[in-house]
Design a protein around this ligand. Sequence first.
Ligand SMILES: Nc1nc2c(ncn2[C@@H]2O[C@H](COP(=O)(O)OP(=O)(O)OP(=O)(O)O)[C@@H](O)[C@H]2O)c(=O)[nH]1
Length: 346
Amino acid sequence: MSLEKIPVTIVTGFLGAGKTSLVRHLMENPGGRRLAVLVNEFGDVGIDGDILKGCADPSCPEDAIVELTNGCLCCTVADEFVPTIQALLARPQPPEHILIETSGLALPKPLLKAFEWPDLRTRITVDGVIAVADAEAVADGRFAPDLAAVTAQRAADETIDHDTPLGEVFEDQVACADIVILNKIDLVDTQALAAARDTVQAEMPRKIPVIETQEGRVDPRVVLGLGAAAEDDLAARPSHHEEHGEHDHDDFETIVVTLPDHAAIPEVVAKVEAIARDHGVLRAKGYVAVRGKPMRLLVQGVGTRVRAQFDRPWAADEPRVSRLVVIGQKGFDHAAVTAALQGEPA
Ligand SMILES: Nc1nc2c(ncn2[C@@H]2O[C@H](COP(=O)(O)OP(=O)(O)OP(=O)(O)O)[C@@H](O)[C@H]2O)c(=O)[nH]1
């Protein structure tokens, strides 16, 4: 038995940045490695796991794709993360590389600390932390500091943290990374791309590569096999939540909304656009039944950008239930969002 530690790549990045797209691309291009994938999502509706299981193959069979939906990975280390990794390592053919997709709200640093767990420390190592960023969202200033707060408080105290909740999560993710994937370059022009690059670079505590991609398509040789051993290098990866030792996710809220069947795709898309526009919803995703269609519709909203495509037929034993996971900042209007999704189209 080899004593080499199994490399683990942690994929982090804000809600909807393109983490699942990247993981999927790596599963399709494993470079000869036998992979296992661990995916963590908010809410108990595992959509990413479902998407990823759709591209299971011999180099990453379905039972090597594990979903952890019981809350945040970094907060359930002992109960969930450690036993899951142990089970993967105990497989007759253990993986040669493990990919972990964290939830878009997760802070990577507490997860890195889990690699110090006695039973894991000798068996796995963090090969690299990849932060995926949405070039359009970054260029739009969605992670920018709260300028009003900066102005109001500058005179009072220079040291007060003026970041927005989105800004904090974004900064923590970039600060922890070994590589940043600046994704969705199709949605920005050259100027906006340069602005996004500058913003990402401004957040880096140390110089790391920034790679531009579309749909997370990157040469696996660039992102796998970095040998970063990030768990030994925690001090170089500062976090906003350092002093608390742990963190909570009180800045964001998730609801799950059950929808009626829809008559046509544009209706669903318009509603998902509307909840982002009118109620500041950050992310919406799920499967929707369209009347008369045997296929289920995968609906994905990132801000007001919405994609909908049929992914596979509803299974015979599967209820044709339309459900969307909706994530927004704390205090978003759950009732209004639910009503907007459940109501008749405008
Ligand atoms: N236009 C465009 N859309 C993209 C690109 N990459 C991903 N998307 C879309 O963006 C949406 C979110 O992509 P995901 O890969 O699910 O993002 P994620 O980071 O895994 O999302 P969460 O797990 O919810 O945080 C999906 O609708 C993707 O199809 C890209 O390069 N360009």
